[in-house]
Every structure is written in C-alpha cells, then in structure tokens.
Design a binder for this molecule. Structure first.
Ligand code: PMP
Length: 432
C-alpha cells in the first residue's frame, strides 16, 4: 500500500535516527515512493525526471530485473560458499565484457569494497605497501578506498590526512587543473616522474588507482594517452594498474563499454559496482588468474552476499537488459543529442563554462567568469533547487560543487533529456 503523505515527520525522524554524516539530497527533499524507468514518483503522486541516478542503470523497477530477483528469492538465496550455478554463469558473463586475460572475478557488495579489494590485491600480488592515486578522486569509504580518496568535497582534510602509503599525482583535469587545454599533455610525464621517484627512493608502488574517465570532476575525459603512459610506468617498476570503473564503466560512456577503452589502455585490475546491480548492492573485481592467486599471501577473502544467487541473477538480468535493449547505443545516441543541446545552451548562458563528458555521463560546469573559471558554487546549488521545483532531479559534483552531474538511467529517452534541457534553459533565463 502507498504511504500516506500526511505522515510528514519522516524527515525529522531520519535526522534523529541516522548519523548526521549520512546525508540526503536537498534541504527539503521530495519523499519518493516509486520509480519507473527514468522517473521517480513522490508520495503526492508528483513525477520527477531522475537525471542523476546511475545506480538504477537500466531504469527504475525494470520488470526483467524485478522478476529475476524475485523468482530467485523464492527459490534460493544463500552465502557464496555454497555451490550453485548462477555465480559461475555471471562471472563468465562479466569476464566476457573485458579484454582477453581478465579471467578471474571476485564478487562484493559495493564500489567501496571493490576498490578496497583491488588495492589489497595489488599489495598482495606485489608484496608492497605503496599506492599511487590521482587527486580529487572518490573511491569509497572503507579504510583502503577512503585512504586513496582525496576529493575535498567529500572530506576537506583529505590531503593532509593521508596515510604514508598513499602518494598522489595531480588531478589530470584539462579544463580547470594545473595544466589546461593543449598543456594537459604535461600531466602524464609529471605522474610518471612521481612513480619513477618513488621507485628510485626504494618504494616502488604496488599499484596506481584512478577513475578511467574523471567522474568525480563531472565526467572529464583524461588527456589523450594519459593512462597508457602511467600504466606503462607503473608496470616498468613491477606494479599494477587499477581501474576504478564504478561510475563510468558498463556502457554509460556510449562509445565505450569500459572507460579505459576510451584511453586505449588496458589495466591489470578492474573494480566495478553501482550500475552492475541496477540498484541491488553488487560489486566486482576482475583481474588475471596469476594476480588473484597471489591474494592468499596478503589476506583472506570471503564476502557472504557478494555474488549470492540473488545478486548473480540480478547481475545477469542487468547485463541482458543492457545488451538486448541496446542501452550502450542509447547512451551514445541520446547522450550525443543531450551534449549537443547543452553546448547550444552554453552559447546563450555565460554561466556555462563548458560541457564535459561522453554518452550519458555528462557534466555542465558553471563558472562566474570564463577566463578566471571562478566556480559558480552557490549558483549551482540554487539551480539544482530550482530544477527540483520544475520536476528534475539534479545534483552538483566536483571539488567546487559547481558541475551538474548528469548520469541518468541508461533507458532515458530523447524526449526526457529535452525536458531536462528546457527546464535548465528556463532556470538560467528566469533566475534561480
Ligand atoms: N568509486 C567511485 C568512482 C565512486 O563514484 C564511488 C561512489 N560514489 C565509489 C567508488 C564507492 O562506491 P559505493 O558507494 O558503492 O561504495
């Protein structure tokens, strides 16, 4: 039965019963009761267009995912130490989306677990403690994944509180980073120099972790050849390349199924989550057998519900939907249309500094001045609030919280993205 809208102390109770640090979107959020495709419906029956939900990758309440999960819950769900078919079938399916050599899968329940395990795998396989990570990134909240996360939007003290095994390189942001435009080609040699210096000082790193497409900054493509150069340097010193594909992988970029393909580089360990479960908690780490086998030297691995029968059939249903409904192609086509329209909007509204991204991972970066790139942080928050009034769910991202993070369910239609662009145009024209 539907919830009763009159019961409106739920938000107050949330503040009482949940830790303050566990935030929610919006000061006055709509209370959501249902989801369908790229839409969310609140307790008053109001429909919102959900332009931020990359967890509901194949759309809210996809019937095939719901049916697969509920059928399996009736049949069997248990921890992953039992012997059942679904985990093997699903591991085969995930491995088949990756290049030759990715033959071994670990299943976990979230992105934080996936990146944490990827880091620990690199440490175990190399017998080394040091990790290189790109700055302004978010990789998760567990000990190791948090240690390599230096986004100040998530933790203002991030850089000054790193454990000594974490070594950072510049955020390779060609729009507002240290090197801009054509100068962005300098990021790779500088990162390589950090890796070389570590090795020369007797601390060759176990691995390097980075998003393969800069999701935390709002979907900024890494400079051409960046990952190839950095991965080569890491391997030259016997370390491993770790790709965080939690946000950008799995078809969202449209042209590429995996973010590292955009760079023409192949990592050693891939961490993925979010979209692979279509909202169900699911994560995976995929690597080569010889790396996975070395894990025993560094630790113990068991995840009770990682790859459970229910998780595995849901994971396979999500992949079926992506493949059979052509959702990567939808991301490419609808995403290209959306990016074109947003760029058109940029000609009309000076606040739009640039439009980042590919497929259905886009970022509209708001600046007060196109020369100084002063971030329009308060404006971005106000624009998101105004968009909510117009029925569009949108949130800021980036260290300056001045980029709209556009990552809707992959089923989003051209008509829906037009609604979003028209609403944004209206907000920028009429005030926020
Ligand atoms: N890596 C990246 C790039 C992410 O964006 C996130 C989540 N925002 C994570 C890892 C952690 O995933 P989770 O929230 O599922 O633990």
């Amino acid at each position: 039965p539907a919830e009763t809208p009159v019961d409106d102390d739920v938000l107050a109770r949330r503040h009482e019963v949940l830790a303050e640090v566990q935030e929610h979107y919006y000061a006055a959020p709509p209370r959501i009761e249902r989801g369908w495709r790229e839409h969310l419906i609140d307790v008053n029956g109001r429909v919102y267009l959900d332009m931020v939900n990359n967890v509901a990758s194949v759309g809210h309440a996809h019937p095939r995912v719901v049916e697969a999960g509920s059928r399996q819950m009736h049949l069997l769900n248990t921890n992953s130490r039992f012997h059942y078919r679904a985990i093997t079938d699903y591991a085969d399916r995930i491995a088949a989306t990756l290049p030759e050599g990715f033959d071994t899968v670990f299943f976990v329940n979230s992105g934080s677990e996936a990146t944490d395990l990827a880091i620990r795998l690199a440490m175990a396989a190399t017998g080394r403690p040091d990790i290189v990570a790109m700055r302004e990134a978010y990789h998760g909240w567990t000990y190791a994944s948090d240690a390599v996360s230096t986004s100040i939007a998530d933790n203002p003290h991030a850089l000054s509180t790193r454990p000594d095994w974490v070594h950072t390189v510049d955020a390779a942001n060609s729009y507002r980073g240290k090197h801009r435009g054509a100068d962005a080609e300098k990021y790779a040699p500088e990162a390589v120099a950090v890796i070389d210096e570590l090795a020369a000082s007797g601390r060759p790193p176990a691995g390097m972790i980075a998003e393969t497409y800069f999701g935390n900054a709002g979907g900024v493509a890494l400079p051409e050849g960046y990952l190839g150069a950095v991965y080569a340097a890491i391997r030259r010193h016997g370390g491993l390349a770790i790709a965080d594909e939690v946000q950008v992988g799995y078809g969202r970029l449209g042209e590429w199924f995996w973010g590292f393909q955009q760079q023409g580089a192949v990592p050693d360990i891939v961490a993925v989550a979010k979209s692979i479960g279509g909202g169900h908690p699911l994560g995976a780490v995929v690597t080569r057998r010889e790396i996975a086998d070395r894990y025993r030297t560094g630790g113990y691995f068991f995840s009770s519900t990682g790859g459970s029968p229910v998780s595995s059939v849901i994971g396979m249903a999500v992949l079926d939907v992506i493949e059979q409904e052509g959702l990567q192609e939808n991301a490419r086509v609808v995403g290209a249309h959306l990016k074109r329209r947003l760029e058109e909007l940029g000609k009309k509204h000076d606040l739009i500094g640039t439009v980042h991204g590919s497929g259905l991972y886009l970022g509209v970066e708001f600046v007060r001045d196109r020369e100084t790139l002063e971030p329009a942080t308060t404006e971005t928050a106000a624009i998101c609030d105004r968009l909510l009034e117009l029925g569009v769910i949108m949130q800021p991202t980036g260290d300056h919280q001045n980029v709209l993070k556009i990552k809707p369910p992959l089923v989003v239609t051209r008509a829906s993205v037009d609604v979003f662009v028209d609403a944004l145009d209206r907000v920028l024209t009429t005030g926020y």
